[in-house]
Design a protein around this ligand. Structure first.
Ligand code: PAF
Length: 282
């Protein structure tokens, strides 16, 4: 596995692979890899000749009081895990390389980014779509891999790729969960033992919603209230949102019908966790 810190070096390497007709898969990450990331690398390695992983903690997607400085880092372990999972190249740029002093261009996806996490993190998605565009331009992959855990991010990126005619396919891979259902996330590392225990309520609430819907419940308010009540039984939990939205528009719905997304963001102590469930309701 090759490690590249410079855009020029990465481009030269990838140009050669492209010239040889190789398909390039790309997995953008902020590092501190867990099994969720590894499943993206494994999917890419299966479906492409060359897999590029980027590790870059992108400052523009963090709000002023968020966890940019504390974001967990373990580059040596990441390299080991990435290689075992099948990555061929790791791209590890630094801030100077990604945002030159006079950087003035940002990418915005309107509408979709006003809902869910966008409502409480108003600058987050602009940071994500800008860095992902830059990384796509640098790597020029045939396919790019994202996790369903960041459901809104995946939907926003798919919209951006379609709207801007970016010549690549976005592949969204299933959420990878711990044995007790907690969705894997680099931020789980922040949880105390007690918060970690209480955090299992998020998956339980999603599962309860699913089961009520399967039993015929079609009122979004009823399901949302029930989920909120369940989550509020845990003293460490503060709800940011529990939302039931159309998967297409990310707008709240009243009656459950068609492709829906049940999404939540909850702080367990100081750690903000997200999770979701996609359903097709007839
Ligand atoms: O999902 C993430 O880890 C980040 O938002 C991404 C896509 C790597 C952009 O910084």
């Amino acid at each position: 596995m090759q490690v590249c810190q410079e855009i020029k070096k990465l481009r030269n390497l990838l140009d050669q692979y492209r010239y040889d007709g190789k398909a390039i898969g790309f997995v953008p990450t902020m590092g501190y890899l867990h099994k969720g990331h590894l499943s993206l690398i494994e999917s890419s390695a299966k479906e492409n000749d060359i897999t590029v992983l980027s590790i870059y903690i992108n400052p523009t997607q963090f709000g002023p009081n968020e966890d940019l400085d504390q974001y967990p880092r373990d580059l040596e372990n990441d390299k080991k895990l990435a290689e075992e999972a099948g990555a061929d190249i790791i791209f590890i740029p630094d801030n100077e390389m990604m945002y030159k002093t006079h950087h003035a261009t940002f990418v915005n996806v309107n509408g979709l980014t006003n809902h869910l996490c966008g409502a409480s993190r108003p600058t987050h998605f602009e940071g994500v779509t800008t860095i992902v565009t830059k990384l796509f331009n640098i790597v020029q992959p045939n396919r790019a891999y994202f996790g369903q855990k960041d459901a809104q991010q995946a939907i926003v990126i798919k919209r951006m790729v379609e709207d801007l005619n970016m010549p690549l396919k976005v592949v969204v891979c299933p959420i990878v969960r711990e044995k007790d259902g907690l969705a894997m996330s680099s931020r789980n590392a922040y949880l105390s033992k007690e918060e970690r225990k209480q955090a299992t309520i998020l998956y339980k609430a999603l599962q309860e919603a699913k089961s009520r819907i399967e039993q015929g419940q079609r009122s979004a308010t009823e399901i949302r209230d029930l989920m909120e009540q369940m989550i509020q039984t845990q003293p460490a939990a503060t709800i940011d949102y529990v939302s039931i939205v159309s998967e297409k528009t990310l707008e709240d719905i009243d009656v459950l019908e068609g492709k829906i997304l049940i999404a939540l963001a909850v702080k367990m102590g100081k750690t903000r966790l997200i999770d979701n469930l996609r359903l097709e309701v007839n």
